[in-house]
Design a protein around this ligand. Structure first.
Ligand SMILES: [Zn+2]
Length: 205
C-alpha cells in the first residue's frame, strides 16, 4: 500500500477490516466460477483488498479538514477576484459499478476574508475522491468543503472524467468524457470573466 495513504486511513479509526475484504474477494472469485487456489489467483484477494482500501481511504474522513487552518487576510492583503487551481488529477471509483473513473478537477473561488494553501485544495480533492463516488457529488463535496472553511463569495468546481463503466461497458462511447460543474454562492461577474479566461488558456497536454 502506498505510504502516502497511511495518514488518511488512520483517520478512519477501527473501521477497516482488511481480512474481511480479502475474504470477500476470495468469495467473489468463487462465486463467478473461478478457483481462488489456482496459482495465478493465490495472492489476488490480498492485492485487490489492499487496492480498494487505498482507493477508499477517504471513507469517513472529513474533506473540509484537509484544508487545514485557513489563512486570514488583513485589510492590506489583496487577494484578487479569483483564485483558481486547475488540472488537479484524481482517480475515484463509481459507486454503481465499483469501476474506476479518473480525470481532473478545476477549482475556482472568489475569496472574501480567507484563503488556503493551494496544495491543501488538491488534498481536499484527493480525500473526496477516495470513496465510492458519483462525479456530480464529488464536485459538490469539494465545493461544500471550500465554502465551509474559507467562506468565499463563491466557489465553482469543474470535474472532467472518463468512466470505466462507460468506456469499457459501452464500446461506442470509449472516448466519452463527462463534465460536471458544482457551484456554491454567487460568483462576482469579474471573477466569472477571469474563470472563463483561465478555461480559454490552451493546456500543455
Ligand atoms: Zn458506474
Amino acid at each position: 500500500m502506498p505510504e502516502k495513504m497511511r495518514p488518511l486511513q488512520s483517520q478512519r479509526g477501527g473501521s477497516v477490516n482488511r481480512q474481511d475484504a480479502v475474504e470477500a474477494v476470495r468469495l467473489l472469485l468463487t462465486a463467478v466460477g473461478e478457483d481462488p487456489t489456482r496459482h495465478g489467483l493465490v495472492r489476488t484477494p490480498e492485492r485487490v483488498a489492499d487496492l480498494f482500501l487505498d482507493l477508499f481511504a477517504g471513507i469517513g474522513v472529513d474533506a473540509a479538514a484537509a484544508l487545514g487552518t485557513p489563512v486570514a487576510l488583513t485589510d492590506n492583503d489583496q487577494p484578487g477576484e479569483l483564485v483558481a487551481l486547475t488540472d488537479i488529477p484524481f482517480h475515484s471509483v463509481c459507486e454503481h459499478h465499483l469501476l474506476p473513473f479518473q480525470g481532473s478537477v478545476d477549482v475556482y473561488y472568489a475569496p472574501e476574508r480567507h484563503i488556503a494553501g493551494l496544495s491543501r485544495i488538491a488534498a481536499v480533492v484527493d480525500v473526496a475522491a477516495r470513496r465510492p463516488q458519483l462525479q456530480e457529488r464529488l464536485g459538490q463535496e469539494i465545493a461544500d468543503a471550500i465554502m465551509t472553511v474559507l467562506r468565499p463569495h463563491a466557489v465553482s468546481v469543474r470535474v472532467e472524467a472518463s468512466h470505466g463503466c462507460v468506456t469499457q461497458l459501452e464500446p461506442q462511447a470509449a472516448s466519452a468524457r463527462a463534465v460536471t460543474v458544482a457551484s456554491v454562492g454567487s460568483m462576482p461577474a469579474a471573477a466569472w470573466q477571469l474563470a472563463a479566461g483561465v478555461r480559454a488558456t490552451p493546456r500543455s497536454s
